[in-house]
Design a protein around this ligand. Sequence first.
Ligand SMILES: [Zn+2]
Length: 65
Amino acid sequence: MGVGRMKIELNCASCGDNNFNLDHGVADHATIHCNRCGHRIGTMAELKERVAAEVLSRIHKNDFS
Ligand SMILES: [Zn+2]
């Protein structure tokens, strides 16, 4: 039994694009903006938390145990 692949989508709340500007770096305090519309996505730390929460909720739903 394999867990397989998990595709996590993080989209801009404003335009729905997932092309983010990482010009400010990838440190936790770095601010991420949307490449398309310039909307502030959040800090890298916030992004990591969103990805972690998404992964945990999917694992929970699929109950791999
Ligand atoms: Zn956008």
